[in-house]
Design a protein around this ligand. Sequence first.
Ligand code: FMN
Length: 368
Amino acid sequence: MNYNLFDSFQLGSNTLANRIVMAPMTRLRADGTIPTQLMAEYYAQRVNAGLIVTECTMISPLSQGYMNVPGVYNDEQVAGWKLVTDSVHNAGGKIFLQIWHSGRVSHSALLDGEKPIAPSAIAGKGQLHTPIGKVDLETPRALETSEIPEIVEQFRDCAVNAKQAGFDGIELHGAFGYLIDQFLQDGSNQRGDKYGGSIENRARFLLEVVEAVTQVWGGDCVGIKLSPSNTFYGMFDSDPKATFGYVIKELNSFNLAYIHLMEANEVDLSTRDVINPVLPVFRPLYEGNIITNGGHNKETGNKAIASGNAELVSYGKPYLANPDLVTRFKQDAELNEPNPKTFYGRGDTEDAKIGYTDYPFLEKSLLF
Ligand SMILES: Cc1cc2nc3c(=O)[nH]c(=O)nc-3n(C[C@H](O)[C@H](O)[C@H](O)COP(=O)(O)O)c2cc1C
């Protein structure tokens, strides 16, 4: 049978109305670290997706990489997320929470004066907005071996909190150069203990986190995002095929909801000779569901599903700008263009809705 984007899908215990996923996107419009009613409105507008994955969400104060990014480590944050899950569920949708630790992608100006933490004391490349202005990523402090189980426990606790907040599942952010990715790749991990060195050792942190959160949710409500070709924040691995191949094979035993696999983007392709395309290299290694992501349109999404290389397709920027993306795809309607100037907000301000909840829906007349 030849499936397409509009066919329903059984994702573990969640039945999805279609195979179109809204990719996780940081929008920096939280009230400090607390999700707001406006965020609930934004996600509910996009409820036509078979599955929504939220923006990355902090598991602890030290996991912060940006201002006005939400957390899920205290009761107020959980109550804020409840507004979001209630509004998505009332509109008939499904929503997973992306949980995240930024690791070295941070600065003491965001961390109450504490140094960012990472597998090794190697600074990432790039700059961040902080309360003291735009600054270079700071050289992090290498975690002691004895500190690592605490961070695994923070992921576990936040998986519990996500359940209390009413989510349908969680996605671990293992991509884009943040803490889990920093442990995995040898450009950022030069530890000499059981969390560094061999691929098995570098993958240990990721697999321990997966083990912890699947104990809370069961495998079938947990996904993980991976980006084998991403070069952001100076990420690098000497043998990404072997590193990610090992991890993806190991993930087979957890019966996860999915692996969310990012393709290389233009910056990656212009930085280094990265794996491209990603999907055909890793598909043969994974027995479960794959969400393919990165630069897809309706046609490439349908092709990925028809080829059997992916079960689901996620859309980032197209969803950001088109709350009714599924309808537009169905009708081959024109898409709104995303405006990068308003991708990131400055918290719960008067103008937070600009470029957020004000992208137009198709005219009603076009719907019939
Ligand atoms: C504004 C913006 C914020 C993003 N924030 C996140 C994030 O919080 N977590 C994440 O895993 N990816 C994040 N991404 C990456 C997207 O999930 C996706 O991988 C990327 O945009 C490629 O998909 P696309 O070509 O369909 O946009 C972000 C992308 C954008 C444009």
